[in-house]
Ligand binder design. Structure first.
Ligand code: CNA
Length: 458
């Protein structure tokens, strides 16, 4: 990985990966003590602005910046660029992003960071992405008490039966755990469990791929026999990746629409790995989850949107590839289900907002990748790590930070400070949850998320 000056290109082994990331400047000459004062005031007196705000010019609420000079709020260049316009009209240079609490200098045209700013960034992040309250609601407590009372009333034979069932379940789990392959390289499984339990690791990152959704019923790409790429013969593609290539899509959209029916339209529920991430988030120790998946199952599991970076986009919206107008996602899904091509009034093809090979990754990916410099544990799950630039995220994790890979194949090798948990992903995660002694919290998260899911799909 090679960072050049400020606007850097992702370069791995001399190969440019496409897309740009921005490395923060540490000596911005435009940052003044008055800016820090303004930020302190914001963190004390105007906290609400960090949570909800709109652009002073267009009222957009999706991605806004806060000018440290005059406290004006303006939308980003990804929206209508009103903060950039403000800078060109006034030369007020430094702004705080309400989306991810980073700082940008319009005069340096770069992200900026200093010790002061870093501390403030943490403060704002804590306001914006607070831990969910851990105090149980009175009703919940009453329900739990009722269950406990019921247990006490059960007759002795029933209790024995339940106990036998539990022992059987434990034996089955132990059998499954025996098949898992744990390889330690300077970082032990015990250190992982103790470090999470004690919250020694309190800035955890997840890097995930298709493998985490396989047990939901969505095939991955590359698993031999079951992966999507091994089922593409009938589409007569020049090579499997063509199905997700923009150039190929322009000339042969039918192939994408036909293949996506079933693959992208199936009703799927989150898996063990998604609930596990929500559990880590609820503990207040999740820095960010980066995923290559487009299924949004992390959100279905209850992960807050701000904690998730969907590097390859998602299926929650769609656009025309010609005039770039946003189109109706329900219509898109209907078109996929009926395998008919969805075209815009301008005759352009409509494509869901997933990143095809040959397209740039969302700006969110490049912004948030900077967070990896601050993580203290990285958990990589269900990915072959062959798609770039996502795979290059691993090299952005500081050397001293332990990496855990949970995957059938050992897609990372030669790392130090590294733990490989081979075998089935779900079983490995169940083992971790069990060894953390957090089965109850996990089950509660799962129950709540599935209940919400069922209600939504009624
Ligand atoms: P991939 O290359 O198919 O790799 C998946 C990895 O998961 C492999 O290394 C498998 O060994 C591993 N794996 C699969 N099942 C299990 C299991 N049960 N237990 C343990 N390990 C398992 O997929 P990547 O994510 O690395 O490739 C990136 C592509 C895949 C991205 O562009 C995604 O958009 C794309 N994709 C996404 C989805 C989805 O959203 N669910 C599905 C299929 C492909």
């Amino acid at each position: 990985m090679n960072f050049k000056d400020k606007e850097i290109k992702f370069v791995v082994d001399g190969k440019e990966l496409g897309g740009f990331a921005v490395y923060p400047k540490t000596n911005c000459p435009h940052l003044l003590p008055s800016h820090i004062d303004s930020l302190n005031r914001l963190s004390e007196e105007k906290k609400d602005l960090i949570l909800s705000n709109s652009c002073s010019e267009c009222q957009d609420q999706s991605e806004n910046w806060f000018c440290l000079e005059c406290n004006l709020i303006g939308c980003s260049r990804e929206v209508k660029g009103h903060m950039a316009k403000h800078n060109s009209e006034t030369s007020h240079s430094i702004a705080l992003s309400f989306s991810d609490c980073s700082f940008w200098c319009y005069n340096c045209d770069s992200y900026i960071i200093t010790g002061h700013l870093e501390a403030l960034q943490r403060k704002f992040s804590a306001i914006k992405f607070p831990d969910e309250p851990k105090i149980k609601k009175v009703e919940e407590k009453k329900e739990e008490d009722k269950v406990e009372e019921k247990k006490v009333d059960e007759p002795a034979e029933k209790k024995d039966e339940v106990k036998k069932e539990e022992v059987k379940k434990e034996e089955k789990l132990d059998e499954a755990f025996d098949k898992l392959k744990i390889t330690e390289s300077e970082f032990s499984y015990q250190a992982l469990i103790e470090g999470i339990k004690s919250k020694k690791y309190n800035r955890i990152a997840f890097l995930t791929g298709a493998g985490i959704s396989v047990s939901a019923g969505i095939p991955d790409f590359r698993s031999p026999g079951t992966g999507l790429y091994s089922k593409l013969e009938k589409y007569n593609l020049p090579y499997p990746e063509a199905i997700f290539e923009l150039g190929y899509f322009r000339n042969n959209p039918k192939a994408f629409y036909t293949l996506s029916n079933g693959f992208l339209t199936a009703e799927v529920r989150p898996t063990t790995s998604h609930f596990f991430q929500k559990m880590i988030s609820d503990m207040g120790v999740l820095e960010q989850s980066f995923t290559q998946n487009i299924d949004s199952l992390e959100l279905e599991a209850g992960l807050p949107e701000g904690k998730l970076c969907q590097a390859h986009g998602h299926m929650r919206s769609c656009h025309c590839i010609n005039c770039h107008k946003e189109k109706d996602i329900n219509k898109m899904m209907e078109s996929i289900k009926t395998e008919t091509i969805y075209s815009c009034e301008c005759n352009g093809l409509v494509k869901p907002d997933i990143v095809f090979f040959g397209e740039k990754l969302p700006i969110d990916f490049f912004k948030k990748s900077n967070l990896l410099k601050y993580v203290d544990l990285a958990i990589v799950m269900g990915t072959s790590l062959v798609v770039f630039p996502f795979a290059s995220l691993v090299s952005m994790i500081p050397k001293e930070v332990p990496i855990v890979l949970i995957n059938r194949d050992e897609s990372l090798q030669g790392e130090s400070n590294y733990l490989f948990m081979g075998g089935d992903l779900d079983q490995n995660v169940v083992k971790i949850v069990k060894d953390l002694g957090m089965e109850e919290q996990y089950e509660k998260i799962k129950k709540e998320a599935l209940a919400k899911y069922e209600k939504k799909n009624e």
